[in-house]
Design a protein around this ligand. Sequence first.
Ligand code: AMP
Length: 209
Amino acid sequence: MALNLVLFGPPAAGKGTQAKRLVAERGLVQLSTGDMLRAARASGSELGLKVADIMDNGKLVSDDIVIALIEEQLDTQAGAPGFIFDGFPRTIGQAEALDSVLKNRGESVDSVIRLKVEDASILGRIAARFEEQGRKDDNPETFKIRLDAYNKDTAPLLPYYSAQGKLTEVDGMADIETVAASISEVLDRLASPKGQPKQGFFARLFGSK
Ligand code: AMP
C-alpha cells in the first residue's frame, strides 16, 4: 500500500517546493498535473496543443484530461512508496474520480494537507515568480483568473475532505523550513496513529525509532 497525500492550496502556496522536499527526503513520487501539462506543451503533443490556450488564459483544463494523466502515472509508477498529488484534484469531480481510481487499486487518499496562505502574500509571490520564470499564466491579469478558479472550483474540496476527517491545515505563510517541519509532523502522526509505535509499511517508509 502506497501513501497517498494531497498537497492542497492556491497557486503559489508553495505546494511544488514542499512536494520536491518530500521526494528528496522520503522517496515519494510527486504527481503535479501542472508539470505534466507543461511537459505535454513543451513536447508539442496533440494534448499540449489542446490545453495551451486554456492554460494561458488561467482556466482549468477538463477533468477527463487530468484524470487520465494521473491514472497513467499511477500505472507507470506502480510500486512507488507513495504519491504526492500536487495541483490535483482541483474540482469535486476530480476528487471523486481520484477516490474511485484509488479504490480500484485497494487504496485511498490518506491525508490532505492544506497550505494556508493569504491572498496578498500569494500576489507578492506570483509577481516575483513572473519576474524569475516568465510563466505566461503568472501575469497579474491571468493570475487573478487562476485565483478565482481556485476559490470557485477548488476551495469546495476543503469541506469535502474535512468531512472525511482527512484535512490538516498548515501555516503556509511561515518560511520553507517551518512549513516542511509542520508537514513532517503530520506525516509522522499518520505513520503512528494514536501514538502507537510505527510498524509495517509506514515504519519502513518513515523510519522506526
Ligand atoms: P499549476 O502549475 O498547478 O498552477 O497548473 C497550471 C495550469 O495547468 C492551471 O492554471 C490549469 O490551466 C492547468 N491545470 C493543472 N492542474 C490542473 C487540474 N488538476 N485541473 C485542471 N487544470 C489543471
